[in-house]
Design a protein around this ligand. Structure first.
Ligand code: 0X9
Ligand code: ZN
Length: 309
């Protein structure tokens, strides 16, 4: 297992993924389809009892699309832990195939440890920036769904710079390829972010509801109930709703909207707990309670996804 009493550096996370993949090689496949802008592995795990052969419904979780949202990483590695190392819900591997991608943005994650704790974007250098060099693209504005139409800023120095074009970032393309490969079977996608204790669903670009809104809302509420039932930590209770209604801003080019647009019925952004003037910095004492309560939500969401789709 991995220690959850502090936030881990990338080398520890990569080592954990390697160890799990070799120790449980019958059910875990480690995949590195590309490297990041700064040549770090873009690595995720495929967990399946039959190597995805029988075509079970697929569930996909990703973390650290935004570098500074450190709590998302142990949340996704804990899901791995609960699926293969400390199995208390064996039905989840009987019924589903899983994709777990703990660090979508390793360059940004590393930079947030080394230099700028509040770094959010990738670390790419955009060729179209004139004069001043500003690094990075907001991966959650870089997907090919109504790209660069709302909730973005065209200046490359902005934290919500959507890139020079959709899918400009290799990190985005790797997530996009997972959607393409599994879209026919993917029943649930949880993009794990922080902060604010929210479960958000499409459409985030204009606040309209998809034809799956009833299922999205019902499953979202059940996940939130499961998480809120813990209430071991003094954070706000989870709220559930359309992203644009719960937040006070629109976004375009986001991963959950894109996944939903190509047919993933239950596509959510999970905003994990955070508090105070800077909720991205969550004291390590909260890692264990947050990952445990979030896992309870994932379990409920997965089972409902399997029942409904
Ligand atoms: O702005 C974002 O990308 C998300 N908030 S964060 O603080 N983690 O950066 C919210 C995304 C809302 N949009 C969708 N759910 N699509
Ligand atoms: Zn985020």
């Amino acid at each position: 297992g991995m220690s959850y009493d502090r936030y881990q550096q990338l080398d520890i996370i990569y080592k954990y993924l390697d160890t799990v993949a070799s120790k449980y090689s019958d059910i875990v496949k480690i995949v590195t389809p590309a490297t990041s802008f700064e040549n770090r592995p873009l690595t995720y795990l495929k967990i399946s009892k039959d190597n995805f052969k029988s075509g079970k419904p697929v569930i996909f979780l990703d973390g650290a699309m935004h570098a500074r949202e450190w709590i998302t990483v142990p949340t996704v590695t804990y899901a791995i832990h609960k699926l293969v190392e400390n199995v208390t819900e064996p039905d989840l591997l009987d019924r589903f195939d899983w994709i777990l991608f703990p660090v979508v943005n390793p360059d940004g994650y590393q930079h947030s440890f080394d230099r700028e704790r509040m770094w959010r974007k990738t670390r790419s250098t955009d060729q179209h920036s004139m004069g001043r060099i500003c690094r990075g693209v907001d991966i959650n504005r870089n997907f090919d769904f109504v790209w660069n139409t709302t909730g973005t800023e065209s200046h490359p120095c902005s934290d919500i710079f959507p890139g020079s074009k959709a899918l400009s970032e290799v990190e985005t393309r790797v997530v996009n390829a997972i959607f393409t490969e599994h879209k026919d079977k993917m029943v649930m996608y949880l993009s794990v972010h922080s902060f604010g204790s929210m479960i958000l669903y499409p459409w985030s670009n204009n606040g309209t509801l998809s034809d799956r809104a009833f299922a999205l809302h019902t499953v979202g509420i059940r996940m939130a109930d499961a998480i809120n039932a813990f209430s071991v930590i003094n954070f706000p209770r989870y709220r559930v709703g359309n992203s644009a209604l719960v937040l006070d801003y629109f976004t375009s080019g986001s991963s959950d909207d894109y996944a939903h647009s190509i047919g993933v019925p239950l596509a959510y952004t999970l905003e994990l707990p955070g508090r105070g003037s800077n909720g991205f910095v969550l004291h390590p004492r909260y890692i264990k309670p947050v990952i445990a309560e979030t896992w309870a939500g994932v379990v409920v969401g997965a089972r409902m996804a399997g029942d409904l789709f």
